[in-house]
Write a protein that binds this ligand. Structure first.
Ligand code: ADP
Length: 294
């Protein structure tokens, strides 16, 4: 089973020719709303990839919150949502031609995720507990502490970038970061990626650095290997990393070894970048299997 602890947002996405600069106005081709937030996206991706999935999050007492709850249930996710007095989190996603995005997030209710309430997040041996950094760091700490006590595997997607306290580092089994997050977290923004990866891999048992269309880098006790990306035409990279993390966690929970799980995550992400949307772009298991077999 996968237990995702994290954020849930209602996304408003606009498609643009190019991103506006400061002080500039550009026209969008249309707008759409959808379920997003790194936590929710990863939970949907994990469930679609075939694992039994629980999501621990928080929403406001509002229409957006009810919609996110419905989306999660519709995906077969065991949704444990605290009701916050703050409004449901929201995100404004700008997607430019070529698929590059720029995002503004209003956390709202995500500040009230409660990983301490045992009924929400009790993990068991064999479970994979997956978190990101769109909720308060104490939530991640408590969720991981409980997970380790129960013999579950902890996976942190350290996104968006922020400093991590040493005691949280010590609770991570698998750290997943993209290139920027790798450099930020290593405290070496102008260093070589290889050097930043060396710094991080000395602090966690397993490090996975995702490199967009260049694939991923895996480092653990067995050494370093590259897992190539699949060659596809990206139209919207929103949630590529989330789909990767959710699908990866799904395979780990189902017993795959790391490299196979990373390949599976890459396949799921490659499928997702060919479609627009956040959680809605995550592929389902049969589609991923077919893609991998082709
Ligand atoms: P993030 O979305 O967090 O910035 P990345 O851009 O590194 O993360 O993407 C995560 C993973 O998604 C990559 O390791 C890769 O497997 C897959 N991916 C992302 N962009 C592409 C792409 N253009 N083509 C194929 N796979 C991609």
């Amino acid at each position: 089973r996968v237990i995702v602890v994290g954020s849930a947002n209602l996304d408003t996405t606009v498609r643009l020719h190019r991103h506006p600069g400061p002080g500039e106005t550009v026209l969008a081709e249309g707008e759409a709303t959808g379920a997003g937030g790194k936590g929710l996206n990863q939970a949907v991706a994990a469930a679609r990839a075939g694992a039994r999935t629980r999501f621990v999050g928080a929403v406001g007492d509002d229409d957006a919150g009810r919609r996110l709850d419905e989306v999660l249930r519709g995906e077969g996710v065991d949704a444990r949502l605290a009701r916050s007095e703050r409004p449901t989190g929201s995100a404004f996603v700008m997607v430019a031609e070529g698929g590059e995005n720029a995002i503004v997030v209003v956390p709202g209710a995500n500040g009230d995720v409660d990983a301490l309430s045992g009924r929400f997040s009790t993990a068991e041996q064999g479970d994979v507990v997956l978190a990101q950094l769109e909720v308060p760091i104490e939530v991640v700490r408590e969720a991981f502490r409980a997970a380790k006590e129960q013999g579950a595997t902890t996976v942190l997607n350290a996104a968006p970038s922020r400093a991590l306290p040493a005691d949280v580092f010590a609770l991570i089994d698998i750290l997943v970061v993209n290139e920027h997050e790798c450099l930020d977290l290593a405290g070496a923004a102008d260093a070589l990626l290889e050097d930043a990866a060396t710094v991080l891999s000395s602090r966690v048992p397993t490090l996975v650095v995702t490199l967009g269309a260049e694939g991923a880098l895996v480092r653990d006790a067995a050494g370093e290997r590259r897992v190539p990306a699949f060659a596809v035409t990206a139209v919207d990279s929103t949630a590529a990393g989330d789909t990767f993390c959710g699908a990866l966690a799904s395979r780990l929970a189902l017993g795959d070894e790391l490299t196979a799980a990373v390949e599976f995550g890459s396949a799921a992400a490659a499928l997702s970048v060919q479609r627009s949307g956040a959680s809605s772009s995550a592929p389902r298991l049969p589609e991923i299997e077919e893609f991998l077999a082709a």
